[in-house]
Design a protein around this ligand. Structure first.
Ligand SMILES: Nc1ncnc2c1ncn2[C@@H]1O[C@H](COP(=O)(O)OP(=O)(O)OP(=O)(O)O)[C@@H](O)[C@H]1O
Length: 264
């Protein structure tokens, strides 16, 4: 499926990072990150393992604190936010984890209603049921309502994980390696789902990946992270037409590892 063009208003910034730094002991992971994510935009953060991509989205979602620099999310200063505002902000941020993080002992329906029962206490049973059915239908899995997570394929579990995040109607989606461990056809389904979510829910997203096909399919813009810094930001074509040796070696590494869609 071809990605539909989205209108991006560059004056409407939902995530703003300036000179962001993070270390763990002597390990200097983030070394001066600058990034703006605009409303409705899919920004892909591309980089090799261990470069600090997950640390970055943990800081954006308030799971980790930055050591230095500015972090603004939906107008909130993450360095100064109080616990009550942070709890409210977190409800507006959907986090799609690598392992889908479903509860194995609950049915798909119970997994999906869990965030609603916990966070939207005013909803009636009927409203909860309708919301669960709608979101499951949106990810194409209404038929799995009464099944257990173990009965689903990896790709289906990933979809349910995304649905469970969408049920709270987040303004921001953070996807941590959405296609990791999936075969190419299932990966394509997930890439398409990310684009559908962007269109239907109007979310602004950061998609962390080292899958070039995922980057090309879902990203309105790519930010390429090398050793804790963005060395390039721009369209997929702009970045991969660059002669920067680090970009070239990243590209060759992926190609050598068998992703034939990376051929120029
Ligand atoms: N809580 C933590 N305490 C100590 N070190 C950490 C912590 N979180 C991350 N790190 C370290 O920071 C570095 C960056 O980790 P991160 O998970 O962000 O990498 P990544 O780019 O997401 O890699 P991958 O693609 O493998 O997930 C790693 O060396 C990791 O060991």
């Amino acid at each position: 499926m071809i990605k539909q063009p989205v209108h991006i208003d560059e004056s409407d910034v939902v995530i703003r990072l300036r000179s962001l730094e993070k270390s763990f002991g002597n390990l200097h992971v983030l070394r001066g990150i600058d990034l703006d994510v605009h409303k409705g935009e899919n920004v892909v953060v591309l980089g090799r393992s261990g470069t600090g991509k997950s640390v970055l989205i943990k800081i954006i979602s308030g799971l980790l604190k930055a050591d230095a620099g500015e972090v603004w999310v939906l107008g909130e200063d993450m360095n100064a936010i109080n616990p009550k505002s942070l709890r409210a902000l977190r409800l507006k941020i959907g986090f799609s984890f690598q392992n889908s993080a479903l509860y194995d002992s609950m049915t798909i329906k119970e997994n999906l209603e869990f965030p609603l029962v916990r966070n939207k206490k005013h909803l009636t049973r009927k409203e909860i049921n309708l919301a669960v059915e709608k979101v499951l239908d949106d990810v194409g899995l209404l038929q799995t309502l009464r099944q257990m997570p173990a009965e689903l394929s990896g790709g289906q579990r990933k979809r349910v994980g995304i649905a469970r995040t969408l049920i709270l109607q987040p303004e921001i989606m953070l996807y941590d390696e959405p296609t990791a461990g999936l075969d190419p056809i299932t990966s394509t389904d997930i890439n398409n789902l990310i684009n559908e979510v962007q269109q239907q829910y109007g979310t602004s997203s950061i998609i962390i990946t080292h899958d070039l096909t995922c980057a090309k399919t879902t990203g309105d813009r790519i930010a390429m992270m090398v050793e804790g810094r963005f060395i390039q930001q721009g369209s997929f074509e702009t970045i991969f037409e660059s002669n920067d040796p680090t970009v070239t070696s990243f590209y060759q590494y992926n190609f050598i590892n068998g992703d034939e869609t990376n051929q120029k």
